[in-house]
Design a binder for this molecule. Structure first.
Ligand SMILES: [Zn+2]
Length: 408
């Protein structure tokens, strides 16, 4: 599915359907949520305008912020389909479902996760229907009401690929295997130090003009319950989650504080990350509890990933799953700038650290103060702050969390 080939036909109804630059948004507000719905459209429009054509990552970032800072039940269900560098990205929040059809058919809904659900939609997809939860894949949508750019009332949308699809695909979309770069695998690279002195690695991309929105401190959140692990179907994701054990008995215990409604929080929290209530007047008695997910990663292709455990990130991360500690996090990278086992993310108390694993092209953290990428020393874990931008080869992600880290 190529975004620019899409025909956009709204389904009549009380919600809002927006066709923006590079994205389609459907918001399904309840009676008291109309203002929030229009705010979402304005926010999405801002992200699309700033992104200049491929807004998937900026939009995911914006939505994730809005969701994690909204109180429970405050936000209406919404869904979007946005263009990204690695394909079209579907993003769903709450009681909205998507029916995707083409070479493979599937249905996915926003209420499958307590946060949100996202998918990279493959090139073979021909039709996406976004409708309220419980609506079938064939809503009443008259093609005569095709929507160009704009915002109209509607309770859903039917997106289909026009006849132009038969036209030969653009070269950059050709499925041909790109020639491998002169990038050594970590296993065969001599040493990380030697790798540094070798031919200069392809520099990680500078943050684009559409650089990440300034990080707004999170104040209120509806994060996952510790036992509530987001499940994903094995779809062609840019970033695939490993199948996760049904129950994770090894959820780490950490010390934290309780809000007046007994939600478990970081000792430094100013606001409850579950209900948003101020923690300032709470007595800060430390208690032990199961550590909740420590936020999420927003990748350059618009996909997101919840940090609920330690992960080895890479093109083909090999982990000993029987050891049970580190899980694999696959990064799609046709250019092979990402090593098989590239970098490790570890949750330490309420902090997240990243460590390079001797990758050929290195792991970099963007340093705001010097406006430069800082290369990590292999094997040395470095804590990352909310809003930190990290590069692995040519792939990048931004780390976001509703939990206030130690000392922040
Ligand atoms: Zn609370």
């Amino acid at each position: 599915m190529r975004f620019h080939d899409l025909t956009v036909v709204p389904v009549a109804g009380d919600g809002v359907v927006a066709h923006l630059a590079g994205a389609i948004l459907v918001v399904l507000p309840g009676p008291d949520q109309r203002d929030r719905a229009l705010d979402l459209v304005t926010s999405a429009r801002g992200a699309c305008d700033a992104a200049g054509g491929l807004p998937a990552a900026d939009l995911a970032h914006r939505f994730a912020e809005v969701i994690t800072t909204a109180g429970e039940g405050e936000l209406p269900p919404f869904g979007s389909l946005a263009d990204g560098p690695r394909g079209v990205v579907l993003f769903l929040y709450g009681a909205i479902e998507a029916h995707v059809s083409g070479a493979t058919d599937f249905r996915v809904s926003g209420d499958e996760a307590t946060t949100w659900v996202d998918r990279v939609v493959g090139p073979d997809v021909e039709r996406v229907v976004l409708v309220p939860l419980g609506t079938g894949p064939e809503p009443d949508a008259n093609p005569a009401f095709e929507l160009g750019e704009g915002v109209v009332p509607g309770s859903g949308v039917v997106l289909s690929v026009g006849a132009e699809v038969a036209v030969p695909a653009a070269p950059e979309r050709a499925p041909a295997e790109p020639p491998p770069l002169e990038v050594e695998e970590p296993d065969t690279a001599e040493t990380p130090a030697a790798a540094v002195e070798g031919p200069p690695p392809p520099p990680p991309p500078p943050p684009g003009e559409a650089s990440p929105t300034p990080v707004v401190p999170f104040e209120a959140v509806s994060l996952l319950d510790p036992g509530d692990v987001e499940e994903r179907e094995p779809l062609p994701l840019a970033v695939e989650e490993a199948p996760e054990p049904e129950d994770s008995p090894e959820v780490a215990q950490v010390e934290g504080i309780l809000c007046s409604r007994e939600h478990f929080n970081s000792p430094d929290a100013l606001y409850c990350s579950s209900c948003g209530i101020s923690m300032v007047h709470q007595t800060h008695n430390l208690v032990k509890g199961a550590r909740p997910p420590l936020g999420f990663l927003v990748f350059d292709d618009g996909s997101t990933f919840t940090l609920d455990a330690d992960y080895l990130m890479g093109r083909e991360p090999e982990v000993d799953e029987s050891a049970g500690e580190v899980r694999p996090l696959l990064l799609d990278d046709p250019d092979r700038t990402v090593s098989r086992g590239h970098a490790e993310l570890r949750l330490v108390g309420w902090d997240v650290t990243v460590a390079d694993r001797g990758s050929a092209n290195g792991t970099f953290v963007w340093d705001e103060s010097t406006s430069q990428w800082q290369r990590l020393v292999a094997g040395v874990p470095v804590p990352i702050k909310p809003g930190a931008r990290v590069a692995l080869g040519r792939r990048t992600f931004v780390y976001e969390t509703p939990h206030k880290p130690h000392g922040a």
